[in-house]
Write a protein that binds this ligand. Structure first.
Ligand code: M6R
Length: 369
């Protein structure tokens, strides 16, 4: 049942190319235009949306944070991302013109379900991005966009995360087309690039031996930090969550721009830090800013584990390790940069002899508060 792998998590990591490909499947017509027949919300209502609020917990919330960058870019609709348990006990500014998008692998997370109910009471339109057919959250939402990752058994979410990003990108591109927004590329172009992502993930998975070795060397680590910027910021948070869950190591993800506002005080000789480097093609010079951050923490003795695109040589002088990912446009990078972090957490957990699929104290779906 584990398809030759030792754990479900490892199997599911290797199913990621398929999870992305299947989530893209059947959502474009012959011209590459998006068709979302499943979105049973009147087109006029979708055109009238003035705000999107994404509600989710854990890994799904990080998929939502990634999606915010892309959806705002493509639709010019303001997007907020909120943890479902915070949203449900607030008095959020939500009305009929708000689209509340919930993201949940299981479709049964109690807090996310309650957030959806709360949104409906306030008159919002609700869309669920969900991996489990017929589960409660999609049943109670106005519309559902299923992720086709297949059943995810390991408690730590991997392939569902990639499928959630993919589905939320499809939603963003669809809304953008519907509203006639332009952002320098057509939806068909972005979809075509997304179609190429599964092969990139496959290639990347074939290069993970060094990450496995690093994980084994690091089995005694007490704390690992993760830095990222823009879409790399939620990827850093996700890398930290994977490590907490699977290896019971203190781990924290930061926005690289925050370093000087506090976290840099944590850097002492030997402190391992993963840095998710933005693509050199990123706007606003973000790549150079993160390279400077790597330089700054290295100067204070950090052990820098750098995730960077193939061909990015600027990082080399300041990196103790460089983990390469294939080139993509900046917004699609999270579908690749998170993979080494998943593999790292998996192997660190294995190196410590822990139960990869069933970490202590955790349940696959949290159906209580
Ligand atoms: O089923 P859901 O996507 O609603 O679950 C949300 C979180 O409980 C889940 O992502 C959790 O954070 C995972 N264990 C992360 O690996």
């Amino acid at each position: 049942e584990k398809g030759g792998y030792d754990t479900f998590m490892e199997k599911e990591i290797h199913e990621q190319p398929r999870a992305v490909a299947d989530t893209l499947l059947g959502r474009t017509d012959a011209d590459g235009d998006l068709v979302l027949d499943e979105l049973h919300i009147p087109v006029e209502d979708l055109r009238a949306v003035t705000k999107i609020v994404i509600v989710a917990c854990g890994t799904a919330s990080y998929a939502g944070m990634v999606a915010k960058y892309a959806i705002e870019r493509w639709t010019r609709i303001p997007v907020e991302v909120e943890l479902a348990h915070e949203f449900r006990y607030r008095d959020p500014v939500v009305d009929e013109r708000t689209l509340v998008v919930s993201i949940s692998q299981s479709g049964e997370t109690m807090d996310t379900l309650m957030a959806v109910r709360h949104a409906k009471e306030l008159g919002a339109r609700t869309v669920s991005i969900c991996n489990t057919h017929g589960s409660t959250i999609p049943r109670e939402s106005d519309a559902v966009l299923y992720t086709h990752a297949g059943p995810e058994i390991a408690v730590a979410s991997t392939k569902a995360f990639l499928a959630q990003i993919t589905a939320s990108y499809i939603l963003g591109l669809y809304l953008s087309a519907l509203r006639g927004e332009s952002y320098g590329r057509s939806a068909a172009e972005v979809m075509a690039e997304l179609q190429g992502i599964p092969d990139h993930i496959e290639a990347l998975l074939g290069t993970m031996d060094r990450v496995e070795e690093i994980a084994h060397f690091m089995a005694d680590s007490r704390s690992v930090l993760f830095l990222g910027r823009h879409v790399g910021y939620p990827v850093a948070m996700e890398g930290a969550l994977k490590l907490k869950e699977l290896a019971y190591i203190h781990a924290e993800g930061f926005a690289a721009g925050e370093l000087k506002h506090g976290p840099i005080a944590l850097i002492e000789p030997g402190q391992p830090v993963f840095i998710v480097v933005p693509s050199p093609d990123s706007e606003h010079g973000l790549h150079g800013k993160v390279v400077s951050n790597i330089q700054e923490i290295r100067a204070r003795g950090a052990r820098t584990l750098v995730i960077a695109e193939e061909g990015d040589e600027d990082v080399v002088p300041f990196a103790d390790e460089v983990i390469r990912v294939p080139r993509t446009s900046p917004l699609l990078a999270p579908l690749l940069t998170v993979v080494p972090l998943q593999v790292f957490a998996l192997h660190l957990s294995t190196a410590k002899g822990l139960d990869v699929d069933q970490p202590r104290n955790l349940a696959k779906s949290v159906t209580v508060e």
